[in-house]
Design a protein. Structure first.
Length: 279
């Protein structure tokens, strides 16, 4: 039936006569919103009723899809995806595309549907890397690389496991713990007082916006809070790295470029726990 209905659609001289006829024909239920058939054949003969029902059903779908052009590009993609796809992977890809094109629309306020469609074509032709759905980004399987050395970051290793894992540079610079001799990547050595300029600037802006009697700016307070937040994040990251090992875990540290770095405090705590259990 699909091929026969498609053949009938090819006879449409003007698409609008099919989608939005000025004088709709009778429908099977008598509502008067059926498909006019005078464009189907020159001799006035009508196709079988099941063909007309299929044409009406398809017309409703096309009308609904055409209506999505009034939506923002991300909502348009998600709406169409819900009707076209059922597999989770396809729906996830559509969601990713929606986010990418929404970002493109935000970056280019003058873009309309033709420009966004062209951007989608660029992605489809692999002319621009689509991060998040390549084998490198989401489909890496350690079992497919048995016997090979895999170099990755702790962030990308989340959710993966190997028989043996090497964690390097576990020192008090990469994994600080609020110790007096710790250094932080966001604090430059040439800034007085070891201030985190980004955190301090944001605190000053917030102080300008507030009108409370006690909401004043205190120099260094945001730097200390930024240190605490960073320590928490790095400790969680170290836990991720440690738990990637199935059998063997090798943890190393270095002294850094200036030769003044020491083992990270969590590393020393883990080493002390290990030695006490061995004893």
């Amino acid at each position: 039936m699909v091929a026969q209905v498609a053949e009938l659609l090819r006879k449409v001289g003007k698409v609008e006569e099919y989608l939005f006829p000025l004088t709709p024909g009778p429908s099977p239920d008598g509502r008067g919103d059926g498909v006019r058939v005078d464009w189907l054949s020159g001799d006035g003969s009508e196709p079988p009723e099941e063909f007309l029902a299929e044409l009406e059903s398809f017309r409703e779908v096309v009308r609904r899809w055409q209506g999505t052009t009034l939506l923002p590009i991300d909502q348009m993609i998600l709406t169409l995806a819900q009707e076209l796809f059922t597999e989770p992977a396809d729906l996830a890809l559509a969601h990713k595309l929606a986010l990418v094109l929404r970002q493109a629309a935000d970056d280019h306020a003058d873009w309309r549907l033709p420009e966004l469609t062209a951007e989608l074509g660029v992605i489809a032709r692999n002319e621009r890397r689509f991060i998040g759905f390549s084998s490198d980004d989401a489909g890496f399987d350690p079992e497919r690389h048995r016997g090979k050395v895999v170099v990755t970051t702790m962030h990308k290793a989340k959710g993966l496991e190997w028989d043996r894992v090497y964690l390097m540079s576990v020192n008090n610079y990469d994994f600080p713990s609020l110790q007096p001799n710790d250094r932080y990547i966001s604090e430059k050595w040439f800034v007085r007082g070891g201030l985190n300029l980004e955190a301090e600037a944001l605190a000053q802006l917030r102080a300008l916006e507030t009108s409370g009697e006690y909401d004043w700016y205190e120099e260094g307070a945001e730097t200390r809070q930024a240190r605490l937040d960073y320590v928490r994040e790095r400790l969680r990251l170290l836990f991720v790295g440690i738990t990637r090992a199935k059998k063997d875990l090798i943890v190393t540290w270095n002294t850094g470029r200036q030769g003044d770095q020491t083992p990270a405090l969590p590393f020393m705590a883990l080493l002390g726990w290990l030695e006490s259990n061995r004893a």
